[in-house]
Design a protein. Structure first.
Length: 332
């Protein structure tokens, strides 16, 4: 009886907690790291600023003098520490696996696949821009635009230059690509697949089911984004499956991380589309969006439109072809 109860929590063959409990403790690690590296620093800074203003040591406008670029970089860094750090801690103390086994064996093949992912995200978003421009749904309103809403460091200083704003956006999307892929694919998908790999599902069936479940979580996590709809959430579930494809075919996060970075960066900061419902800030091409929202995605961006689905399908085909050429076979 005791052994049966323990088996609910403990996998005797693998000598570690079962997947469900590993996922739960991974969330606990994220909460602790989020408290330490995000919540506490924000609270401390807020209190210090309030005390400084009350004592007359800081001007009343001081919070507005903090550059949005610095704020973005802080949030990006904190998110990166939380997501990657939680995976590392869970792997070390719970999963009993090396950090590299989450999909970051940084060898020559990894970097070649990463370069393919970078190129794929850029090309797919470029095709979306060309298609919409050719259909007359896009009006270019400017180039090399830096957001005027970025608060200056002081009243006498100008807002962020275009170069600084673009670099800030690129770093933000690099951090986002790494952290979200570690969470949804590197940890969630891997552990779900291990936990679901029992008869009659089997290992391959478990990978497929885990991909659907982790992608659903990925879509729901974006459901509260600005301009989100039921359609945008369903499309982001499909985007999660698309991002997972390179991972389940290679066992590495190289293609998903690379593709995630350039898909977002080129979407928002090169071609001026909204990125998952938000405006990306500085952009090489500023546009006015027209056309049918069902096709273009409207204010949420291409990810919520049929054109985004088309790009994901094309990207999936190209990913399969890449893996077939590189590794000689396509298998989960």
């Amino acid at each position: 009886m005791v052994k049966t109860i323990l088996s609910i929590f403990w996998n005797g063959e693998q000598r570690r907690l079962r997947a469900f409990w590993r996922l739960g403790l991974h969330i606990a690690f994220m909460m602790v790291l989020g408290l330490v590296f995000l919540v506490i620093p924000i609270v401390v800074v807020t209190v210090l600023v309030s005390v400084g203003r009350g004592a007359g040591l800081l001007p009343e406008t001081f919070p507005g003098s903090i550059s949005s670029a610095m704020n973005d970089l802080f949030l990006m860094g904190a998110e990166l520490i939380v997501m990657v750090g939680a995976a590392w801690l869970a792997g070390l103390f719970i999963d009993r696996r090396r950090f590299a086994d989450f999909g970051v064996h940084l060898n020559r093949n990894w970097w070649i696949d990463f370069a393919f992912g970078l190129a794929l995200g850029a090309v797919l978003m470029g095709l979306i821009f060309v298609a919409e421009a050719g259909a007359g749904w896009i009006t270019v309103t400017g180039t090399l635009q830096s957001p005027s809403s970025d608060p200056p460091l002081a009243a006498s200083l100008p807002a962020l230059s275009f170069g600084v704003a673009i670099l800030s956006a690129l770093l933000r999307f690099i951090g986002m690509g790494i952290s979200e892929e570690f969470l949804s694919r590197g940890y969630h998908l891997k552990n779900l697949a291990e936990g679901l790999s029992f008869r009659p599902i089997g290992p391959k069936g478990a990978i497929i089911l885990a991909t659907l479940l982790s992608s659903s979580v990925f879509g729901v996590l974006h459901a509260n984004n600005p301009n989100a709809t039921l359609i945008s959430t369903l499309n982001l579930i499909l985007a999660g499956i698309f991002l997972a494809l390179g991972y389940v075919l290679t066992g590495e996060l190289a293609i998903p991380i690379g593709m995630h970075i350039t898909w977002n960066f080129f979407q928002g900061n090169v071609f001026g589309f909204p990125v998952s419902g938000t405006q990306a800030g500085a952009t090489f091409v500023a546009i006015d969006q027209g056309g049918n929202n069902l096709i273009t995605g409207g204010n949420f961006g291409p990810e919520a439109g049929l054109i985004g689905i088309g790009a994901m399908i094309l990207g999936g085909i190209l990913t399969v072809l890449w893996v077939r050429i590189r590794y000689g076979r396509v298998d989960l």
